[in-house]
Design a protein around this ligand. Structure first.
Ligand code: DON
Length: 605
């Protein structure tokens, strides 16, 4: 379907010459005053909020890489230093994440990549998993018609993986370095890296379920135990897969030895992905969704991601209100956000799905006229119960099981990728002999339409399982241009159903509230997804008075559970945002969300 896709005049590239000198800008190094409109206007975060508004951002002119993992960020930076462009760096970063961040980085999952080249063209690459050809609509129901856990755990939960095809296709179209050079850093890391707190904490969380399947247990929980921080973690099977990927490209994964290992694992565990499924998998270029927001233009993923369309709907409603005047984190602003979120998610859950299977009303949903009609039903001071917007029930979970990374290079090329196994360590099944986990993204379908999935999303018939179909996603890698059509923001996050509201809030923090990159990432977030009917806020993120004022308007307001006090990652939080901003002088500022310990690094000439 035709989506708005504007190409406008472009600024000159930031820099033409190959990078010469590598400088690492660790968060906290090179303090720099970051006066922002938010701070100048006296804005502040709630008392006790753990992430300060005044930390200095990472700055650079030669490029920034922001990921959730230090190893992966350094790999991306090395590629920029070797003369690669942002797409090259993103590919190498993605492959590194598959090694060092195996709970979410992946070969056995899928994702979406947004690319904006220095010439201003914008591209959206869909490498989402697909349902196997033998999939059926009711495959996750038992004899009584009740949902089983098979869409979440074990072999049947896996969709046909798309990551390898996606990274290869991005390289074929936009890469400048040799493919082999982009795979090499991941091979080195698979040869051994020092175990991180992230690996330990996520393995501890998933331990019991990983132990159900022997191939993964052997590699990731030797002797049934989580490896210790500081151990060297070696993945020889994965290294061999990566070596074949280096030498044979995706042919090995989809048609060669690795394909054989995947099919054998499926046969062994009662899964249904076949050699034919693998052979037929293709990544697809799609027309980005473009939407305006207060003079800016945001580009994000179209279906089968719901991200772009849902953000466009929300932005269309919110643009009619002066949120800057109402103020950040005030009950008035949060009320309008929640009401817009509620309405947009109601439509998302009903009307979005794989566009190759269903004729979607995207133009209608994203039109100004529709936004006006929907916005007109929002009372300025009363919550509309979700039952009056659309009926349903549900509970939802949010933990940051996916991962997002962002790269901007010196020529102004920008890449945003969100990739996932769905839950941490996906379906918990490692392909024996290949050393990587498979996804459990089949759960993103409406396994039983009208019944909540693990994110509490109550989705409809259009997103029901069908052979070869892609399951609806919330993943929303997003690139924003300023009012002059120049590159401005590159962002994205994990977080299941909350991805869409988190990405949009990050953009609104900058556009409406004048925050810099640090503040926009650090600021506490709220979420509403129509059902369950509640505003969820981060632990400590909303002053009590604001929560009470929202309740007085008729909202149910709920604080996230902080989790155990000794958890390494800050509990009660939502999202893991990576954000890069182009400053008026052409320099870059970047920041990586501290909620999950990420790292942005700059590259300077
Ligand atoms: O595509 C989606 O919307 C989900 N599979 C994303 C999962 C995710 O972000 C996990 N973290 N909560």
């Amino acid at each position: 379907m035709p989506l708005t896709h504007r190409i406008r005049s472009r600024p000159a590239p930031l820099r033409g010459a190959a990078p010469a000198l590598l400088l690492l800008a660790l968060p906290g190094c090179e303090p720099r005053t970051t006066a922002s409109d938010f701070a100048r206007a006296g804005g502040s975060f709630p008392d006790g909020w753990p992430f300060p508004p005044g930390a200095p951002p990472v700055t650079a002119r030669g490029g920034i890489v922001a990921t959730t993992d230090e190893y992966a960020t350094r790999v991306g930076l090395d590629i920029l230093a070797a003369g690669g462009n942002a797409v090259d760096a993103a590919i190498a970063t993605g492959l590194a994440l598959a090694v060092v961040n195996p709970e979410a980085g992946n070969l056995g999952g899928g994702g979406f990549m947004m690319v904006r080249l220095g010439d201003g063209s914008v591209h959206a690459l869909d490498h989402r998993e697909k349902a196997p050809l033998a999939a059926t609509r009711d495959m996750y129901l038992d004899g009584e018609g009740d949902l089983t856990d098979k869409s979440v755990l074990g072999h049947l939960a896996a969709g046909v993986p798309g990551t390898v095809a996606g990274l290869w296709e991005a390289h074929r179209r936009f890469g400048t370095m040799d493919w082999a050079a982009l795979v090499e850093p991941a091979i080195r890391l698979a040869g051994g890296f020092e175990v991180t707190t992230r690996l330990v904490s996520t393995l501890e969380a998933a331990r019991d379920r990983i132990l159900l399947f022997p191939a993964g247990a052997r590699i990731f929980l030797p002797g049934g135990e989580v490896p210790a921080i500081g151990d060297t973690f070696v993945q020889p099977d994965l290294a061999a897969v990566l070596e074949r990927l280096r030498d044979q490209g995706p042919d090995d994964f989809y048609r060669g030895e690795t394909a054989g290992l995947i099919a054998a694992e499926m046969a062994r565990g009662g899964g249904i992905i076949t050699l034919e499924d693998l052979d037929r998998y293709e990544a697809v270029w799609r027309t980005p969704v473009a939407f305006g927001y207060r003079g800016h233009t945001a580009y994000s993923m179209p279906p089968p991601s719901s991200g772009g369309v849902t953000m466009a709907m929300i932005a269309g409603m919110l643009e009619r209100r002066d949120l800057a005047a109402l103020g950040w984190n005030t009950p008035e602003t949060i009320h309008l956000m929640a009401e817009s979120f509620r309405r947009a998610y109601a439509d998302r859950n009903e009307y979005l799905a794989d566009p190759d299977f269903v004729d979607l009303p995207v133009e209608e949903l994203t039109s100004g006229a529709y936004a006006a009609v929907r916005a007109a039903t929002i009372s300025p001071d009363r919550a509309t119960p979700s039952g009056e917007v659309r009926p349903g029930l549900g509970e939802f979970l949010d933990e940051s099981h996916t991962t997002h990374y962002a790269v901007v290079d010196a020529a102004g090329n920008a890449v945003a990728v969100t990739t996932s196994l769905n839950l941490w360590y996906g379906n918990k099944v490692v392909v024996d002999g290949a050393g990587f986990f498979l996804n459990n993204t089949m759960d993103d379908f409406s396994a039983k339409p009208g019944t909540p999935n693990q994110f509490g999303l109550v989705q409809g018939e259009w997103n029901a399982v069908a052979p070869g179909k892609r399951m609806l996603s919330a993943m929303s890698p997003t690139i924003v241009e300023d009012a002059d059509g120049a590159l401005f923001l590159v962002t994205g996050t994990p977080g299941g159903a909350t991805i869409i509201t988190t990405v949009l809030q990050t953009i609104m923090n900058v556009v409406d509230h004048g925050m810099n990159v640090v503040q926009a990432v650090h600021a506490p977030r709220v979420h509403h997804q129509h059902l369950p009917d509640r505003i969820l806020f981060e632990y400590g993120g909303l002053p009590k008075a604001a929560a009470r004022a929202l309740e007085a308007m008729g909202h149910t307001v709920e604080q996230r559970d902080p989790g155990p006090p000794d958890a390494y990652f800050t509990g009660g939080m939502s999202g893991d945002v990576q954000l890069i901003m182009v400053m008026p002088d052409g320099s870059l500022e970047g920041w990586s969300d501290p909620r999950r310990g990420g790292m942005a690094l700059g590259f300077r000439e």
